[in-house]
Each structure stands twice: as C-alpha cells, then as structure tokens.
Design a protein around this ligand. Structure first.
Ligand code: DGL
Length: 268
C-alpha cells in the first residue's frame, strides 16, 4: 500500500468517548489530519457480546481503510480488548490500541506493583488489561472492576454530580481496599471523571489516562517510521458518525473542549 505522510490518522470508537483520544492527539501531533468514526447508532459496545463487537469493529476498520488512513488507532478500550486481532488482520496499515499504551504507562508508574483497572464489563471480562500488564511485569498485582454506570453518567454530563460521586465511591471500594497506587482508566469516557476519581482516591494514587498514553505512543511510532505529515498547515479533521450527528456535535464539543469541524452521517 502506498501510504502518504499527509494521509489522515484514523481513530475510532463506539461513539463519542474516543474524542478524549482525539483531543490528546490534537495536542501532541498538531499537524496531523484526523478522520474519526464514532458508532453512535450502536453505542454502547461495553455490554455487548464478543461476536457482535468483532463484527462492528471489522466494519469500521474497512470503512477507515477505504479512506486511505496511514495509521489506525482503536480508541475504544472495549474494541481493543476483544477485537484487536480481527482489526490487525484486516488492516494494511499499523494499528495502535489503548490497552497496550496504558499498560506500559501503568507498569512504569507503579511503585508498589498494585494496579487497579476500571472499564466496561466487556473490557474487564476479557482480562485484556491483566494480560497486557503481566506481559510487561509478571509480579504486578492487578485488581479489576467493571463500572457499567460510568458511561451513561458521562454521556449525561454528570461529571461531578452527587449521584456520580456515590456511584464512584461504591465501584471503587474493592480497589481502594487493595491499596492500589495506580489506577488505569480503561474506558474512553473515564478521563472526564478524573477530578472526581482523584478526589475519592486521594493524591497518592496515580491515574493513568489511556487517551494521553495513546497520544504518546502514536507520536513515537510516527517519529520512528517517518510518517509525520510534512505539511505544517492547519490540519483537516473530519468526524463520521452512524447516527445523530447534531447530538454528537453538541456533546463532542464538551468532550473536546473546542468546536468540531465537519460531522457527517454515514451508514456502514
Ligand atoms: N468506548 C467504550 C470503551 O472505551 C465505552 C463506551 C461503550 O460501552 O461503548 O470501552
């Protein structure tokens, strides 16, 4: 495949949450064009079966490959956890995913080797984080907790609502009891709960934001493989969604903290 350096980076997610990864990429790689796909018609993925998630991930991969992206970034932890191999099998360009990125940062940051991981039920049940962390450090102890209510709370914009606080306290009880010193935010939506999580866990627990980890690893790969866009012009950002583009635009602007450019409706 003839990959041009000014081709876009393809980023995809089950919906809007992957914009946290886009935000980090925009800051870290300000000249890169980005094409984003959010499957707003079929979100949430985190409570769906492995077969369904694989099928959806394959459709999105094919869509972005047709757009000639030079690199694919699986922003969705749930797809990365259960469909990573199918995506790699279909992709002629490099594929990066958030789980490996976060596991690397978590194992570097922990001092006590007690690491907590929170994510959707599909991500936690897949054990993908535990495997990725143990590949890097066999001695690390990993304590996982599914937090299925976090995604709807974030979508609602309840980042510091009293109800969210109660639910966060309840979900985090078991990981707090294990005296973790590092917590991986294993879902695209969780970085928006960072201040609340930090408040409840205290300053001694380091939060690993998979969006920031992903941007660092993407920047590294782009530099090493000389794939960086040589045109130092304002980049082009295009957002494709499978339903409700206006809702995506409104909530997305809150996720990104900036105006979204083109948002187009597509069906896969
Ligand atoms: N994007 C998903 C993730 O990172 C969260 C939303 C969903 O359940 O689809 O796991």
């Amino acid at each position: 495949m003839n990959t041009k350096t000014n081709n876009a980076i393809g980023v995809f997610d089950s919906g809007i949450g992957g914009l946290t990864v886009v935000r980090s990429l925009m800051e870290r790689l300000p000249f890169e064009n980005i094409i984003y796909f959010g499957d707003t018609a079929r979100v949430p993925y985190g409570i769906k079966s492995v077969e369904t998630i694989n099928r959806y991930a394959a459709q999105i991969t094919e869509f972005l490959i047709k757009k000639d992206v030079k690199l694919l970034i699986v922003a969705c932890n749930t797809m990365a956890a259960v469909a990573h191999q199918s995506i790699i099998d279909l992709s002629p360009v490099p594929v990066l995913e958030v789980i490996d990125a976060s596991a690397r940062i978590a194992t570097k940051s922990t001092r006590t080797k007690s690491i907590g991981v929170i994510g959707t039920p599909a991500t936690i049940n897949s054990n993908a984080y535990t495997r990725a962390i143990h590949l890097l450090d066999k001695e690390a102890k990993v304590f996982s907790q599914a937090c299925p209510l976090f995604v709807p709370l974030v979508e609602e914009g309840w980042f510091d609502h009293p109800a969210t606080k109660l639910i966060v306290q309840e979900y985090l009880k078991p990981v707090i009891a294990e005296q973790i010193d590092t917590l991986v935010l294993g879902c695209t939506h969780y970085p928006l709960l960072k201040p609340l999580l930090q408040d409840i866990l205290g300053p001694e627990v380091t939060l690993i934001d998979s969006a920031e980890a992903m941007a660092d690893i993407a920047a590294d790969l782009i530099n090493k493989q000389n794939m960086g866009n040589q045109n130092c012009l304002p980049p082009d950002y295009v957002f494709y969604v499978s339903d409700l583009p206006y809702r995506f635009q409104t909530i997305g602007e809150r996720f990104l903290g900036r105006t979204l450019g083109r948002v187009e409706l597509v069906s896969l």
